[in-house]
Design a protein around this ligand. Structure first.
Ligand SMILES: Nc1ncnc2c1ncn2[C@@H]1O[C@H](COP(=O)(O)OP(=O)(O)OP(=O)(O)O)[C@@H](O)[C@H]1O
Ligand SMILES: [Mg+2]
Length: 295
């Protein structure tokens, strides 16, 4: 991938003052399009995203965006960045439209009519046109997420970082948001973090799985699932019947449970071949990544 187009992260490391090592030698190469960062709670996703958004400094490592050193020259990133943090702040006494207009102005849109046009098209895009004149403080959780998305899209960023954007969205809004992201990714770098495998499975051309501050796997969804083909088996168990302790994943079913196990040949009676999904690959990578030194 050409350095000039994308984001290159090398050896990024961050240990907080409480000795938690949130990033441990992270390498990433992200080109234009939608890139997923998938990892469980506490994996280091938000730390990585805040660092890439130039809001905090790593202890060591480098970040290069469009060929420019982002740590030495954070303004280069900031001018091109849209960032949706995991939590967006409270803004008492101000309506959604007013707040978007203020931020639009800060982003350099100084002509009032252009600002109004941008804000009304963004409100429409996130399905909040009817709520633009309501105070942001009165928005529901899902509305606030959508409002955050509109904030992040101000100024048509070339680099969009969205941290767990779909948390709290209902299925219809989640699908709508996926479509928005995929449109933007046609002309920008979009980095999306989530612990929801479905968010990345059909949406991201590439992804990295991150666990305990380390990247444990990187590839396309197919590249991550291919090594498991022909090696996964599933079996149903009645309620109360013991499931294999080494199961990769166990799902509740109306009558009991269904376990997925990894085995090169059939593990025995009752097992059927199971086609690997990205979720299987995710569980596999999390359980088979080498133990990390971090707490
Ligand atoms: N400001 C901080 N000070 C100390 N420790 C922190 C701080 N921020 C995060 N951590 C710790 O760093 C680790 C990574 O946290 P981070 O928020 O980056 O993970 P995450 O992958 O975003 O998790 P989640 O899915 O829950 O949002 C966690 O152990 C967390 O407790
Ligand atoms: Mg987080």
């Amino acid at each position: 991938m050409a350095n000039q187009d994308g984001l290159v992260v090398k050896g990024l490391t961050k240990t907080y003052s409480n000795k938690v090592c949130a990033l441990n030698n992270v390498d990433l190469q992200v080109g234009p399009g939608l890139y997923g960062l998938l990892g469980p709670n506490g994996a280091g996703k938000s730390t990585l995203m805040r660092t890439l958004a130039t809001l905090q400094l790593p202890d060591s490592g480098s970040i290069t965006f469009q060929g420019v050193d982002a740590i030495a020259k954070p303004d280069h990133v900031r001018r091109r960045l849209g960032y949706l943090p995991q939590q967006i702040g409270a803004y008492p006494g101000v309506t959604g439209q007013e707040l978007l207009e203020r931020f639009s102005w800060l982003k350099g849109r100084t002509v009032r009519s252009e600002r109004k046009r941008e804000v009304s098209s963004l409100l429409e895009r996130v399905n909040l046109s009817d709520a633009g004149d309501r105070e942001v403080a009165t928005y529901s959780g899902g509305m606030l997420r959508r409002f955050g998305i509109a904030l992040a899209l101000l100024g048509s960023p070339q680099f969009l970082i969205v941290d767990e954007p779909t948390a709290g969205l209902d299925p219809a809004e989640r699908n709508r948001f996926h479509r928005i992201l995929s449109d933007i990714a046609a002309g920008a770098i979009v980095l999306l973090s989530t612990h929801i495998v479905d968010d990345v499975e059909n949406l991201c051309s590439r992804l990295s799985i991150i666990s305990k501050g380390r990247v444990v796997a990187t590839g396309t969804p197919d590249e991550l699932t291919d090594p498991l083909k022909g090696r996964l088996w599933s079996k149903r168990y009645a309620r109360g019947e013991p499931v294999p302790e080494d199961a990769l994943n166990v799902f509740a079913t109306p009558g009991g449970a269904r376990a997925i196990v990894i085995h090169d040949t059939s593990p025995g009676e009752g097992f059927v071949v199971h086609t690997p999904t990205l979720e299987d690959a995710y569980h596999y990578m999390l359980s088979h990544s080498s133990p990390s030194e971090v707490s």
